[in-house]
Design a protein around this ligand. Structure first.
Ligand code: B16
Ligand code: MG
Length: 213
Protein backbone atom coordinates (compact mmCIF):
# COMPACT_ATOMS: atom_id res chain seq x y z
CA UNK A 1 0.00 0.00 0.00
CA UNK A 2 1.46 3.26 -1.13
CA UNK A 3 1.23 6.74 0.21
CA UNK A 4 1.06 9.21 -2.68
CA UNK A 5 2.77 12.44 -1.78
CA UNK A 6 6.43 11.72 -1.01
CA UNK A 7 6.35 8.11 -2.18
CA UNK A 8 4.90 7.94 -5.71
CA UNK A 9 5.44 11.63 -6.49
CA UNK A 10 6.56 14.74 -4.69
CA UNK A 11 3.62 17.09 -4.40
CA UNK A 12 4.88 18.25 -0.97
CA UNK A 13 6.58 21.19 -2.69
CA UNK A 14 3.25 22.31 -4.22
CA UNK A 15 1.44 21.87 -0.89
CA UNK A 16 4.20 24.00 0.66
CA UNK A 17 3.92 26.75 -1.95
CA UNK A 18 0.12 26.88 -1.61
CA UNK A 19 0.20 27.06 2.22
CA UNK A 20 3.02 29.63 2.08
CA UNK A 21 0.82 31.92 -0.04
CA UNK A 22 -2.08 31.52 2.40
CA UNK A 23 0.23 32.18 5.37
CA UNK A 24 1.58 35.36 3.75
CA UNK A 25 -1.90 36.57 2.88
CA UNK A 26 -3.12 36.12 6.46
CA UNK A 27 0.07 37.30 8.20
CA UNK A 28 1.09 33.90 9.56
CA UNK A 29 4.51 32.35 10.00
CA UNK A 30 5.18 29.25 7.89
CA UNK A 31 8.45 27.68 6.71
CA UNK A 32 9.73 24.39 5.26
CA UNK A 33 10.41 23.03 8.72
CA UNK A 34 6.79 23.61 9.73
CA UNK A 35 5.74 22.03 6.42
CA UNK A 36 7.25 18.71 7.57
CA UNK A 37 4.49 18.39 10.19
CA UNK A 38 1.85 18.75 7.49
CA UNK A 39 2.99 15.71 5.52
CA UNK A 40 0.36 12.97 5.47
CA UNK A 41 -2.24 14.91 7.46
CA UNK A 42 -5.52 16.21 6.05
CA UNK A 43 -6.07 19.66 4.56
CA UNK A 44 -8.08 20.94 7.51
CA UNK A 45 -5.69 19.46 10.07
CA UNK A 46 -2.84 21.15 8.17
CA UNK A 47 -4.48 24.55 8.66
CA UNK A 48 -5.06 23.84 12.34
CA UNK A 49 -1.36 22.96 12.74
CA UNK A 50 -0.28 26.21 11.04
CA UNK A 51 -2.61 28.15 13.35
CA UNK A 52 -1.27 26.26 16.39
CA UNK A 53 2.32 27.14 15.45
CA UNK A 54 1.22 30.79 15.28
CA UNK A 55 -0.94 30.55 18.40
CA UNK A 56 -3.66 31.94 16.17
CA UNK A 57 -6.41 29.35 16.57
CA UNK A 58 -8.77 31.98 18.03
CA UNK A 59 -7.86 34.73 15.55
CA UNK A 60 -10.09 33.35 12.78
CA UNK A 61 -13.68 32.17 12.88
CA UNK A 62 -14.91 28.93 11.33
CA UNK A 63 -16.03 30.65 8.14
CA UNK A 64 -12.62 32.25 7.65
CA UNK A 65 -10.89 28.93 8.26
CA UNK A 66 -13.06 27.24 5.64
CA UNK A 67 -12.24 30.05 3.24
CA UNK A 68 -8.49 29.60 3.86
CA UNK A 69 -8.71 25.86 3.23
CA UNK A 70 -10.71 26.44 0.02
CA UNK A 71 -8.23 29.04 -1.21
CA UNK A 72 -5.28 26.80 -0.45
CA UNK A 73 -6.83 24.01 -2.48
CA UNK A 74 -7.52 26.32 -5.43
CA UNK A 75 -3.86 27.41 -5.49
CA UNK A 76 -2.70 23.80 -5.06
CA UNK A 77 -4.93 22.51 -7.88
CA UNK A 78 -3.56 25.20 -10.18
CA UNK A 79 -0.02 24.04 -9.40
CA UNK A 80 -1.05 20.43 -10.11
CA UNK A 81 -1.54 21.41 -13.76
CA UNK A 82 2.27 21.28 -14.05
CA UNK A 83 2.43 17.57 -13.19
CA UNK A 84 3.24 14.91 -15.81
CA UNK A 85 4.64 11.36 -15.75
CA UNK A 86 8.08 12.94 -15.39
CA UNK A 87 7.07 13.68 -11.80
CA UNK A 88 6.86 10.01 -10.82
CA UNK A 89 9.68 9.53 -8.33
CA UNK A 90 12.76 7.58 -9.54
CA UNK A 91 12.47 3.79 -9.49
CA UNK A 92 8.74 3.79 -8.76
CA UNK A 93 7.50 2.74 -12.20
CA UNK A 94 9.84 -0.27 -12.35
CA UNK A 95 9.03 -1.22 -8.77
CA UNK A 96 5.25 -1.14 -9.37
CA UNK A 97 5.60 -3.04 -12.64
CA UNK A 98 7.65 -5.82 -11.06
CA UNK A 99 5.36 -6.09 -8.03
CA UNK A 100 2.36 -6.37 -10.34
CA UNK A 101 4.03 -9.03 -12.50
CA UNK A 102 4.56 -11.06 -9.34
CA UNK A 103 0.82 -10.88 -8.63
CA UNK A 104 1.09 -8.57 -5.64
CA UNK A 105 -2.02 -6.45 -5.02
CA UNK A 106 -1.35 -2.70 -5.05
CA UNK A 107 -3.30 0.12 -3.44
CA UNK A 108 -2.97 3.85 -2.78
CA UNK A 109 -3.55 5.01 0.81
CA UNK A 110 -3.32 8.78 0.57
CA UNK A 111 -4.80 11.51 2.76
CA UNK A 112 -5.24 13.66 -0.34
CA UNK A 113 -8.66 14.36 -1.79
CA UNK A 114 -6.78 15.23 -4.95
CA UNK A 115 -5.21 11.76 -5.22
CA UNK A 116 -7.32 10.81 -8.23
CA UNK A 117 -6.32 13.94 -10.16
CA UNK A 118 -2.65 13.45 -9.32
CA UNK A 119 -2.65 9.74 -10.29
CA UNK A 120 -4.40 10.58 -13.57
CA UNK A 121 -1.83 13.23 -14.38
CA UNK A 122 1.00 10.82 -13.55
CA UNK A 123 -0.66 8.17 -15.77
CA UNK A 124 -0.29 5.35 -13.23
CA UNK A 125 -3.87 4.93 -12.05
CA UNK A 126 -4.47 1.59 -13.88
CA UNK A 127 -1.56 -0.04 -12.02
CA UNK A 128 -3.53 -0.04 -8.76
CA UNK A 129 -6.15 -2.56 -7.64
CA UNK A 130 -7.67 -0.05 -5.21
CA UNK A 131 -7.37 3.67 -4.52
CA UNK A 132 -8.74 4.89 -1.19
CA UNK A 133 -11.08 7.85 -1.39
CA UNK A 134 -9.80 10.32 1.22
CA UNK A 135 -13.20 12.01 1.19
CA UNK A 136 -14.65 8.85 2.76
CA UNK A 137 -11.97 8.54 5.45
CA UNK A 138 -13.08 10.18 8.71
CA UNK A 139 -9.84 9.99 10.69
CA UNK A 140 -6.57 11.27 9.27
CA UNK A 141 -3.13 9.61 9.69
CA UNK A 142 -1.72 8.67 12.25
CA UNK A 143 -5.08 6.93 12.58
CA UNK A 144 -4.92 3.63 10.66
CA UNK A 145 -8.32 4.09 8.97
CA UNK A 146 -7.07 4.69 5.40
CA UNK A 147 -4.79 1.63 5.51
CA UNK A 148 -7.52 -0.58 7.00
CA UNK A 149 -9.89 0.65 4.29
CA UNK A 150 -7.37 -0.55 1.68
CA UNK A 151 -7.03 -3.95 3.39
CA UNK A 152 -10.81 -4.38 3.48
CA UNK A 153 -11.25 -3.47 -0.16
CA UNK A 154 -8.39 -5.69 -1.32
CA UNK A 155 -9.72 -8.52 0.85
CA UNK A 156 -6.40 -9.03 2.66
CA UNK A 157 -5.36 -9.10 6.32
CA UNK A 158 -3.23 -6.19 7.60
CA UNK A 159 -0.40 -8.40 8.86
CA UNK A 160 0.20 -9.64 5.31
CA UNK A 161 0.48 -6.07 3.96
CA UNK A 162 3.37 -3.66 3.58
CA UNK A 163 2.86 0.10 3.70
CA UNK A 164 5.20 2.60 2.01
CA UNK A 165 5.32 6.02 3.65
CA UNK A 166 7.42 9.16 3.82
CA UNK A 167 5.77 10.79 6.85
CA UNK A 168 5.98 10.14 10.56
CA UNK A 169 2.16 10.21 10.81
CA UNK A 170 2.02 7.62 8.02
CA UNK A 171 4.49 5.23 9.71
CA UNK A 172 2.43 5.45 12.91
CA UNK A 173 -0.76 4.76 10.93
CA UNK A 174 0.80 1.66 9.31
CA UNK A 175 1.92 0.36 12.71
CA UNK A 176 -1.51 1.02 14.23
CA UNK A 177 -3.11 -0.90 11.34
CA UNK A 178 -0.96 -3.93 12.22
CA UNK A 179 0.97 -3.76 8.94
CA UNK A 180 4.72 -3.69 8.22
CA UNK A 181 6.28 -0.40 7.15
CA UNK A 182 8.79 0.74 4.56
CA UNK A 183 10.00 4.31 5.08
CA UNK A 184 11.11 6.66 2.33
CA UNK A 185 13.39 9.32 3.79
CA UNK A 186 11.27 9.52 6.95
CA UNK A 187 12.29 12.25 9.39
CA UNK A 188 11.84 10.07 12.47
CA UNK A 189 10.63 11.82 15.60
CA UNK A 190 8.79 9.01 17.39
CA UNK A 191 8.46 5.73 15.52
CA UNK A 192 11.00 4.42 12.99
CA UNK A 193 9.88 2.45 9.91
CA UNK A 194 10.62 -1.31 9.97
CA UNK A 195 12.63 -1.00 6.75
CA UNK A 196 14.03 2.48 6.02
CA UNK A 197 15.22 3.71 2.63
CA UNK A 198 16.82 7.04 1.78
CA UNK A 199 15.01 7.38 -1.53
CA UNK A 200 12.64 5.62 -3.93
CA UNK A 201 15.52 4.83 -6.31
CA UNK A 202 16.79 2.33 -3.69
CA UNK A 203 13.55 0.31 -3.65
CA UNK A 204 13.92 -3.33 -4.68
CA UNK A 205 10.96 -5.75 -4.74
CA UNK A 206 12.98 -8.86 -3.85
CA UNK A 207 14.80 -7.08 -1.02
CA UNK A 208 11.53 -5.84 0.50
CA UNK A 209 9.92 -9.30 0.25
CA UNK A 210 13.00 -11.01 1.74
CA UNK A 211 13.07 -8.54 4.62
CA UNK A 212 9.50 -9.22 5.68
CA UNK A 213 9.53 -12.97 4.96
P1 B16 B 1 -5.33 17.48 -0.15
P2 B16 B 1 -0.29 11.82 1.30
C1 B16 B 1 -1.18 14.24 1.90
O1 B16 B 1 -0.86 13.31 0.94
C2 B16 B 1 -0.11 15.30 1.98
O2 B16 B 1 1.11 14.73 2.42
C3 B16 B 1 -0.53 16.38 2.96
O3 B16 B 1 0.46 17.38 3.03
C4 B16 B 1 -1.87 16.98 2.52
O4 B16 B 1 -2.33 17.95 3.43
C5 B16 B 1 -2.90 15.84 2.41
O5 B16 B 1 -2.42 14.87 1.50
C6 B16 B 1 -4.24 16.33 1.96
O6 B16 B 1 -4.17 16.71 0.62
O7 B16 B 1 -5.34 18.89 0.32
O8 B16 B 1 -4.94 17.32 -1.60
O9 B16 B 1 -6.63 16.76 0.17
O10 B16 B 1 1.11 12.02 1.76
O11 B16 B 1 -1.20 11.18 2.33
O12 B16 B 1 -0.39 11.15 -0.04
MG1 MG C 1 3.24 11.32 2.14
Amino acid sequence: MFDLDGVLTDTAEYHYQAWKRIAEEYGLFFDRNANEQLKGVSRRRSLDLILEINQAGQRFNEQEKEQMVREKNRIYRNLLKNITDRDILPGIQGFLKEARERGILLAVASASRNADTVLNRLGIKPVFDYIADAGQIARTKPDPEVFLDCCRNLGVLPHSCIGFEDSQAGIEAIRAAGMRSVGIRVKVTTLAPDLPYQGTEELDVQQVLDYFE
